[in-house]
Design a protein around this ligand. Structure first.
Ligand code: SF4
Ligand code: SF4
Length: 673
């Protein structure tokens, strides 16, 4: 705080003109740097994130100001909240410093408000120093693998510590020089003043001036360094949380393919402004790295590195983008820089992602490190370059010609139900159908999953639910095609299904496949199909609650449960499968160490089911090892893809719905399955 006029004679701090010029210079430099960053946002692809303002404000309070996600790592959460709140409090201090420096004698917070603020500032400055000490200790001693020990991080911690120490010292020296002006509301400053009180006035004056200038220059430098540092998130984190994706995590954008000239993302200019803001905002905390199944199994995709590469590509492209935007370039702003795909990011990186969404749910500042961006890049590779792993061709061809990635005849789709009391929608005619059972490709064609489809039929019949299937009129939802980048094929399949479903006036759908569930529930509305979609475990849970279904046969086993990414993380369904298991007499559930929203992927999502896993160790084996270490006899599953992947790693798996069927009264299940 600049001295009062009565103090000026004692302290000899330069007048408002010099101070004003310095502040103006710093502000001008800051505005220049920020305008370059913002102009890049304006020059990249548009994306509407100005909707649902009320929800955005609520999320911002919850996640940016209260930092809810940070506390998943308690130690880091504590020191981040110290640093964050300290910065908020010091922002007021900085404004006061500038205003009071320009208008000597003026107080931004006079009277009691000033006293309360003085107390808060004093306390928070000490907490910020404690936070810096905790951060330094973690980097120096604990060294968690998610962090990279960069010089930038050390430098920022040094600047913060210097900023706070200099302020406390300046205030302490001032209080020692002029005790009558010292505030009784600043215990830390008073303690420093007492420790300095033996020094002569000339030394105190020199100390005050040095500390005051150090604090001021540090603030001005810090503000101007941020746009070039990984700590740019200090400025961008709050807006990035505000502009977070509010749509369901599992809903990808639906481009108008007929109106598009380019498909997907291949250049920095193709990125949406929100993707660029994501890059600016990455704190490099590495929380995404330590949960990512591909990074954990030695594949080239590490989401922290991925988002860092996207950001560095943006920085490299900035001069050319700005030149093109201002008409100084030739319109081709890509000259002389690395390609985004093939340069900054390898194709192996782009194809490695299982779209498990763990990185997204782990990120404290709501960056989507991989899924949406990678899918856009895959769209470019598939639709513009026809450049994709050759084994995907088989799945694409199968979906195109037979409506399933295995390529088995479309006419055999309902063969699994031949001898079962199941009717198709066509057979149902005018009869009242309560719910449509969406079987899915795995449930229709894959031997293990077909047994689960049969269990669903028995459960629905036992509970007296009137249901029907589409039979041979059902075709692949297109989930895998979309996530493998073949948006054209997805839209084709989705349109066909939506036409069929709408043609029958379907309102409610139950499915056992979390990928079909996510796709129909979250993505079909954009294709004109809006339905009430429930997962089969949710329906069974409801039927149990309504007394329409009873479990009487004990199953004396201890079982763990593996959460399917597209059911759990993507759609928040954690309790239904567990409640079904808990309702089975004799069955014990033992949770896995990584469970619910922290559950590890089986490796099948994002179309990885149809690709070879040539790099690193196998994701399914990594997950199965964790399951084995839990020491239970078997693992319960609620996804046919997980069943195939984990079944390939080891056999002791049980579908929740098969267990449910086994627990139904024996007279009703005798002789079945
Ligand atoms: S979605 Fe999953 S596999 Fe892909 S980068 Fe994120 S954590 Fe890794
Ligand atoms: S993307 Fe998010 S979780 Fe990953 S390093 Fe950046 S800030 Fe951390």
């Amino acid at each position: 705080m600049p001295p009062l006029p009565t103090e000026r004679a004692i302290l000899g701090v330069p007048g408002p003109v010099f101070f004003g010029l310095l502040v103006l210079l710093a502000i001008a430099a800051f505005v220049y740097s920020m305008s370059r960053r913002v102009r890049v946002l304006l020059a990249t692809s548009p994306e509407n994130r100005f909707d649902r303002i009320g929800a955005r404000i609520r999320k911002t309070v919850e996640y940016a100001f209260l930092q809810k996600r940070m506390f998943r790592d308690l130690y880091a959460g504590v020191f981040h909240i110290f640093l964050f709140t300290g910065f908020v409090v010091l922002l007021v201090r900085t404004v006061a410093l500038v205003v009071e420096g320009l208008v000597p004698g003026f107080r931004v917070l006079p009277g009691t408000a000033g006293d309360v603020y003085t107390f808060a500032k004093d306390v928070f400055e000490v907490l910020v120093l404690a936070g810096v000490a905790m951060a330094v200790a973690r980097r120096a001693f604990a060294r968690p693998p998610r962090l990279d020990l960069t010089a930038d991080a050390w430098f920022i911690l040094f600047l913060i510590a210097l900023l706070i120490s200099a302020d406390l010292l300046a205030e302490g020296a001032k209080a020692a020089l002029a005790p009558r002006l010292a505030s009784a509301w600043a215990p830390a400053v008073s303690a420093i003043a007492r420790s300095l009180s033996g020094l002569p006035a000339t030394r105190l004056t020199a100390l005050y001036e040095a500390a005051w200038w150090t604090h001021l220059v540090d603030i001005l430098f810090f503000g101007n360094y941020l746009p070039y540092s990984k700590h740019f998130h200090i400025i961008t984190a709050v807006p990035n949380v505000f502009f977070m994706k509010l749509d369901p995590m599992g809903r990808l954008g639906t481009p108008d393919l007929e109106a598009s000239e380019r498909f997907g993302v291949s250049r920095v200019e193709d990125l949406s402004w929100k993707s660029v803001l994501d890059g600016y905002t990455c704190t490099e905390c590495g929380r995404c790295r330590v949960v990512c199944p591909t990074a954990l199994t030695g594949k080239p995709l590490d989401p922290k590195v991925f988002i860092g590469d996207v950001r560095d590509a943006v920085y490299e492209a900035t001069p050319a983008i700005l030149a093109a935007a201002s008409g100084r370039g030739d319109g081709d702003s890509s000259d002389g820089r690395k390609e985004l795909i093939g340069g900054w990011l390898t194709e192996e990186t782009i194809w490695a992602c299982t779209t498990c969404g763990f990185c997204t749910s782990a990120c404290p500042v709501f960056i989507i490190p991989a899924v949406d961006k990678i899918t856009e890049m895959r769209r470019h590779l598939v639709l513009e370059r026809a450049d994709f792993p050759k084994e995907m061709q088989t799945a694409f061809r199968g979906m195109e010609t037979n409506g399933n990635p295995w390529g088995i005849s479309a006419s055999a789709r309902a063969d699994w139900a031949k001898d079962l009391p199941v009717m198709s929608m066509a057979e149902a005619g005018e009869r009242d159908v309560e719910v449509l059972f969406w079987v899915g490709c795995a449930g229709s064609y894959e031997d293990r999953a077909k047994r689960v489809s049969k269990a669903v039929v028995e459960i629905l019949n036992e509970a007296g639910v009137s249901f029907a299937i589409l039979g041979t009129q059902e075709t692949c939802t297109g989930d895998s095609a979309r996530r493998m980048g073949n948006e054209y094929l997805f839209q084709l399949l989705a349109q066909q299904n939506v036409e069929t479903l709408n043609g029958y006036g379907v309102k409610k759908i139950v499915t056992n496949c979390p990928h079909c569930f996510n796709c129909i529930k979250n993505e079909y509305p954009a294709m004109g199909g809006t339905y009430e979609v429930v997962h089969a475990t949710e329906l069974v849970e409801r039927l149990l609650g309504e007394g329409r279904l009873r479990f009487t046969e004990p199953i004396r086993e201890t079982i763990s449960y593996h959460d399917a990414c597209y059911l759990g993380r993507y759609n928040g369904i954690y309790s239904a499968p567990r409640n079904v298991l808990r309702a089975i007499p004799g069955l014990e559930i033992q949770e896995l160490p990584r469970t619910c929203d922290r559950g590890l992927c089986c490796g099948a999502g994002g179309g990885r089911m149809w690709m070879e896993e040539k790099l690193g160790t196998r994701i399914n084996q990594t997950r199965m090892k964790e399951i084995e270490q839990a020491g239970t006899g078997s693992v319960g599953l609620s996804c046919p893809y997980c069943m195939i992947m984990l079944g390939n790693a080891k056999e002791e798996i049980g579908a929740i719905l098969e267990l449910a069927r086994r627990a139904m009264p024996r007279e009703n299940t005798a002789g079945r399955g």
